[in-house]
Design a protein around this ligand. Sequence first.
Ligand code: HMG
Ligand code: MG
Length: 301
Amino acid sequence: NLPQKVRIVEVGPRDGLQNEKQLVPADTKVELIRRLAAAGLPAIEATAFVSPRWVPQMADHAEVLARVLGGAAPAGPDYPVLTPNLQGFEAALAAGAREVAVFGAASESFSRKNINCSIAESLERFRPVTEAARAAGVRVRGYVSCVAGCPYEGPVTPGKVAEVAETLLGMGCYEISLGDTIGTGNPASISRMLETVARRVPVERLAGHYHDTYGMAAANVYASLQMGVAVFDASVGGLGGCPYAAGASGNVATEELVWLFAGMGIETGVDLDVLVDVAAWISAQLGRAPASRVARAVLAK
Ligand code: HMG
Ligand code: MG
């Protein structure tokens, strides 16, 4: 009894673009988000209110978010944005954000490299963000990175993932997205991790955020589906990588998930052909061919 409906959270405009060396114009980002909305994605992570010195590609966060929200349909998608601290949250709120995401990790070394503080310090920084968000009526999503392995420390124990996830839930995050940041998970290790986490966070509150570095992301999504997870993050065209995880590649391609779920009779609300055109368009903007096999196969028809 697999879920009959799955929610796909498109993270291409943020996770997909954040690692691009060449600055992508704000016009292109806004157009990408508009096209993704037209493909039927229910949630599109639009940008990150992080330091422009750390991630120059996201320096236009306020402009991108304000323009996206300015042209947004009333019943359109959610547009969450990353906010690592109160400073980021306040800037996001000023740009009109209705949903934000805090992002922690289950590995100390990754936490330091990514957000320049320990796991415990990061959680202390997230608390005032969740409090300010609650006061402003803004929803907060929580991420845990390195759920299957860390680029600096290697294996990460499921117990640590569960601990961080439970703390984020306790702060008021409505959902916890579990990041296999470097794509080293496989269906067995991801299932074991989910089993442990689900003892402390209800499975309905969990999302899978799997990078496809080793080509296992779709298999990990299927394993998670069998465990009852019904929300998955994905990046159009398979764009992406993390600036603080060398060699990491993009998230599972959104069109691969839409293809997988459509074939299994699971509803996503996303139009595959429109989405593949978006994958082709953004890939062309970046001067390359779409990386995903589903995009290439659909385009070859
Ligand atoms: P810090 O240097 O420790 O911060 O950075 P600080 O509080 O000491 O402040 C130092 C300077 O940064 C100050 O500026 C602040 O104003 C500024 P100065 O006075 O020196 O000119 N600053 C900020 N500027 C803009 N926005 C802010 C902000 N906060 C402080 N929010 C910080 C801490 C977290 C800001 C920094 O480490 C950072 O921006 N890191 C980038 C993190 C990032 O974007 N990583 C990639 C996304 S996470 C990811 O990809 C994983 C995920 O996909 C899940 C998965 O796959 O696992 C989510
Ligand atoms: Mg990621």
